[in-house]
Design a protein around this ligand. Sequence first.
Ligand code: SF4
Length: 647
Amino acid sequence: MPFTYKPGVIGLQRVCIYRRAFGKRILKEMWIVLGGYLGKVLRVNLTEGTITSETVSPAVLRVYIGGTGLGIFFLYNEVPAGVTPFSPDNRLVFCTGPLTGSGVPGSGNYSVVTRSPLSGFAVSAQSNGHFGAVLKKAGFDAIIFQGASLVPVYLYINNGQAFLQDAQEVWGKETFETETFLIEKHRIVGMPKPRVACIGPAGENMVLYAGIENEMGHLAASGGVGAVMGSKKLKAVVVLGNGRVPVNPGTQDEFRAAIRKWAGDAKEGGLGATVDRLGSAGLFEAYYQNGWVPVKNLAETKFPAHERFDGVYLRQNFPGKRNSCYACPMDHCRRMTIPNGKYAGMVVEEPEYEDLAGWGSNVGNDDPAAAFYLTDLTDRLGLDLKEATFLVSLLMECYEKGLLTAKDLDGLQLDWGNIEAIAELLKRIAGLEGVGEHLAGGVVKAARWIGKEAPRFAVYVKRGYAPHVHDLRTKWGAIFTQAISQMGSQQGIDLTNKAAPDIGIDQPVGFSAEGIPRAEAMTGRKRQLEDCLGVCYFVCRGPGGLNHYIQALNALTGWDMSVEEALTVGERVINLLRLFNIRFGHTVDDDSVSPRLLEPPKDGPGAGKSLAPWFNQMRRTYYESMGWDPDSGHPLPETLDRLGIKL
Ligand code: SF4
């Protein structure tokens, strides 16, 4: 049944809630929709095939804002203990933030929040591009999927109207094919192009590290969000809209000024300037010199081809065309053509630093074009590259050491750098064919399947999440933030070699076992705040820091949020994620990393350094800094009281 509603006046939409009493309609509650919000959340029950619309109280928006925050608010309230990730009762929440679609830099972002089948805990995966902005322009701040369809379906949203449609004609297709097909099917003359978020074969087959892809190479990748989508037989979400995100009428000039300042700031400073000039591949050489590039499953540290994987070389040798996300001033995302060699003529999204490290140094491949090819394939299949690369590198190390043979791998010879074998393996995983069935559970399950010494070689954080694609042993801030993260991914910001003056940390913390957990308690609040706003990570890295986005947020919404209040939102989100995870059995031992990540590197800048002797004390210090019980890691009642969280 299609659901329709009449869009309100942009900017000042009045929302009235009525109740019936004595046979009359009585106004119970009324408010004005805030700038930055459309005031509508779609609820799609896939079991019943029904679609309804809901409002969210402005009081909730003020304390959870959007993105990860609003997503975990819904998840915490709607997914009780005992609900498994693939149960129809699990929720899959697509959430934008108030800044999404507003015109601030990098505001095409959306978050997908669910109970992860990979970790069993909460996950929030973000993606950029245009999809999030167009979802807002189509009239909705968020979509909550519940239940599961018996047959493949997709959701089509067109300017406030939503329909569930038969997906048989795209079920079985790879992500890029699905996207192209649905865009052509729903293209309307005179309307902006439809945008599509979809799963590929990996999601359909519920591979535990399947992601959700949009715009030919952007992925909400982490934690198996695509597998949950596949379990609900939901192939795609198509959005078409030409509305506008309302701006608080009294502060429109301030909002425009905030956008201008922020756009300039995003391109300044180390990370922003590099990404703007060379993409995140421009970080490769500096990361290599710091010892941060993973080589052969962290078994080695030298990668002679490093210069050919850096953005300077790539942008000189691979012709490309700018392909920026919604409202983004950065020359970051590009479509690139492989000019010669085996993959000549392929047009691909320029890989990120992590893609190049993952399908380059980490698997012993010294040809950047081959890394382009594998990145493109990973996206088409709809797999999370982090998990895929550390899985393949584990298999390669085990193959080299004789723990695995070609016979165990359906005849594939997994020598370092064997691109054809890697590609074939990825296809078998996504299709659950042959050995792929044993590898669809990710690094930890694969290590158990191999047995013998394999678990000792596996690279993962918590109890089963491949980390970001770095050699984290020389990046203690990054290893720690992923170990204690509620979602496996980076919860805070690594301050190994940089400061964060906007939150009062004036010096890098380096390898300080005391400084890292205290810094994490601060930077985690900031990062989680950013993931509530609905903007890209990279545009928040300028020297102006959080002052820019809080100014923009206030001018957009009409709020008067202080820096402290904004950081408290980030802290509240971390605590609610924590409570959700505790509901599903999270213990202190889940805040940990694999043995391989605690081994000291043999050489390079981190030679001989290991986090192992300090880790337990660092974890206690972090718990204390967060107002949590230092033994159990549970938030203390007074902390929850201060944050206004009721159990
Ligand atoms: S910085 Fe890059 S990923 Fe982020 S919004 Fe801009 S183009 Fe997209």
